[in-house]
Design a protein around this ligand. Structure first.
Ligand code: ATP
Length: 199
């Protein structure tokens, strides 16, 4: 698996459709201050499902959409696609390439696609789970991240190791099942109350 390409349109400082093609040998992106290097890593973070505007260096989600300049009007939506090689079938999709797309409109509407098929955010999160990529992955180490990992509670730190060990998926499923059980338990109590009332 490796990062093949990143397509950015209307995201932060990239109003035009911009395609960055990465070979297996690209290791760095260089450029002058303020030229948009961090916006590229923000785009990768964002397309993988990031919901924290703070992690995206903004105040609200709308800040990811090109906000206009003195010579150019603001845009109505941002779209980013990430193309990953899947020859080794690291991702659980049939194709040998995975393209994940996220689109966000100023109205607040979000769309997600995996290989051009419309999906939910949950599907994107599950695609990346246990791969080290994704929202809870450790593939993007931003400034201050190392300090954060060292200073968080040991339970939070364990999550990084769980992701590397490939067991996050099961923790998430367990948490989901526990929530369902709790809801079912509440429903049972309610039904028992109703039966008691009728008797
Ligand atoms: P440095 O080397 O100083 O860290 P950088 O290359 O990482 O810089 P970025 O932080 O990626 O630069 O880009 C900053 C630029 O992006 C600023 O000029 C800022 O105005 C622009 N920018 C950020 N968000 C938007 C937006 N929504 N619309 C238009 N431009 C934006």
């Amino acid at each position: 698996m490796y990062l093949k390409a990143l397509e950015i349109q209307g995201f932060k400082s990239f109003p035009e459709k911009t395609v960055l093609s990465f070979g297996e040998d690209i290791t760095a992106i260089v450029g002058p201050n303020g030229s948009g290097k961090s916006n590229i890593s923000d785009a990768i973070r964002w397309v993988m499902g990031e919901q924290s505007t703070r992690a995206l260096r903004g105040g609200k989600m709308e800040d990811v959409i090109f906000g206009g300049t003195a010579r150019r009007k603001q845009l109505g939506f941002a779209e980013v696609s990430l193309v990953l090689d899947n020859a080794d079938r690291m991702f659980q999709v049939e194709e040998s390439e995975v393209m994940v797309t996220r689109r966000y409109y100023r109205s607040g509407e979000s769309e997600y696609y995996i290989n051009r098929r419309s999906v939910r955010l949950k599907d994107v999160n599950e695609l990346f789970m246990d791969t080290g990529l994704g929202r809870e992955g450790y593939s993007i180490i931003g400034q201050g991240k190392i300090d954060e990992i060292l200073s968080v509670k040991s339970a939070d730190r364990r999550e990084v190791f769980e992701e590397a060990a490939g067991i996050s998926r099961f923790r998430h499923r367990k948490e989901e099942a526990e929530r369902k059980l709790e809801r079912t338990q509440e429903n049972l109590v309610r039904i028992t109350d109703k039966i008691d009332e009728l008797e």
